[in-house]
Design a protein around this ligand. Structure first.
Ligand code: DGP
Length: 116
C-alpha cells in the first residue's frame, strides 16, 4: 500500500507544497513543532534511513541542498535551524517514507527536548 507521502506526491492527498522537482517534494508538516516546519521528501519510497542504498547518495545529498535553499527562502538561514531524520521506533518515526524535517523560526533548545 502507498505511504501517506506517496499519496501526497501523486496529488491524491492535499498538502501545502513549497517545492517540487522530478525527484523531491517539500511541504509543510501538518503538526508543526516550530514556526517553520517543512518535510523534504524524495519521490522514491525509501522506508527508513536503514534502507538508503549506496546508489542513493546523490539523492540524499540533494535533500540537504533543497533544505538549505528552503531555509534561505523561509528566512531562517541566518538565525539557524535543525535538520532531522527520524529512524524507526526509538527515533520516533511515524511515516515510513524517508524525509528530512527542516525546523526553525525560534530557538529550538537542546536536541532531545522535543519530539520532532
Ligand atoms: P516522522 O516522525 O519523522 O515520521 O515525521 C512524520 C511527520 O509527518 C510528522 O511530523 C507529522 C507529519 N505528517 C503526518 N501525516 C501528514 C500529512 O498527511 N500531511 C502532512 N503535511 N504532514 C503529515
Amino acid at each position: 500500500m502507498a505511504t501517506l507521502f506517496e499519496r501526497i506526491i501523486a496529488g491524491e492527498l492535499p498538502a501545502d507544497v513549497v517545492y517540487r522537482d522530478e525527484e523531491i517534494i517539500a511541504f509543510r508538516d501538518i503538526h508543526p513543532r516550530a514556526p517553520v516546519h517543512l518535510l523534504i521528501v524524495p519521490h522514491k519510497p525509501i522506508p527508513t534511513a536503514n534502507d538508503i542504498a549506496d546508489g542513493d547518495a546523490a539523492l540524499i545529498g540533494r535533500l540537504i541542498v533543497v533544505a538549505r535553499d528552503l531555509a534561505r527562502r523561509e528566512g531562517i538561514a541566518e538565525d539557524g535551524y535543525r535538520l532531522v531524520i527520524n529512524c524507526n521506533r526509538n527515533g520516533g518515526q511515524e511515516v515510513y517514507h524517508l524525509h528530512v524535517h527542516l525546523i526553525g523560526g525560534e530557538p529550538l533548545g537542546p536536541m532531545t527536548a522535543k519530539r520532532l
